[in-house]
Design a protein around this ligand. Structure first.
Ligand SMILES: C[S@@+](CC[C@H](N)C(=O)[O-])C[C@H]1O[C@@H](n2cnc3c(N)ncnc32)[C@H](O)[C@@H]1O
Length: 196
């Protein structure tokens, strides 16, 4: 079995490139493979702490775009003016809570992850609940043609998640980025071109 290395290649690379967490390279790989992010977009990042995806999106959309991050945990990094943070539980967050920043978004990202118990059926069903919550918010906030990226643990709910995405988006793809730790059950589902 591969030994878990908390400070691996991606950890050192993130430090060198000025990102707060190694998980930025999961988003970077998805973006490279499917061209998710473009200048000027409005991006909602659910489960954004400690903020590496916010940092990446801030650069990708530029000052003409905007980024809103949501997490129960407060962000401690400094954010540029076009990046906003809302401290909230996604199960309590309403679309209207975002209206003072934007009523519509071009991309919803969810790296939401439950506190794991080690019991895979419990962890995967909690992960599925978070995924579904992100998708419900995306239903209300994404414009037609928009994109969704959501993390989910493989297990119960996975097939249902794919089915739900296929009913709403033109193209759905599963990606396990290289920066995902070998022992992790997480996979990212990317869904492009929201149907009108
Ligand atoms: C893997 S981390 C996100 C890492 C982030 N993408 C980054 O690169 O910096 C998952 C986050 O989901 C958040 N989270 C889990 N359940 C949540 C909930 N119900 N509401 C809001 N945030 C939640 C956790 O607090 C945690 O910060």
């Amino acid at each position: 079995m591969t030994e878990w290395q908390p400070q691996d290649h991606y950890f050192h690379r993130a430090k060198k490139e000025g990102f707060i967490a190694r998980s930025v390279y999961k988003l970077e790989e998805v973006d490279r493979r499917v061209r998710l992010l473009r200048p000027g977009q409005r991006v909602l990042d659910l489960g954004c702490h400690p903020g590496s995806w916010l940092q990446y999106c801030a650069r990708a959309v530029g000052k003409q775009g905007l980024v809103v991050g949501v997490d129960t945990r407060k962000i401690s990094i400094e954010l540029p003016a076009h990046v906003h943070f809302i401290q909230a539980d996604v199960f309590e967050l309403l679309p209207a809570d975002l209206y003072h920043i934007s009523k519509e978004f071009d991309v919803v990202l969810s790296d939401l992850a439950p506190a794991t118990t080690g019991i895979s059926s419990v962890d995967s069903s909690r992960s599925f609940a978070l995924f579904q919550r992100a998708l419900t918010l995306a239903d209300d906030l994404l414009v037609p043609g928009a994109h969704f990226l959501g993390k989910i643990f493989q297990g119960s709910g996975f097939d249902e998640a794919v089915k739900e995405l296929k009913s709403r988006f033109g193209k759905v793809k599963g990606i396990k980025p290289r920066a995902t730790r070998k022992q992790s059950k997480e996979i990212f589902l990317v869904a492009l071109n929201k149907k009108a």
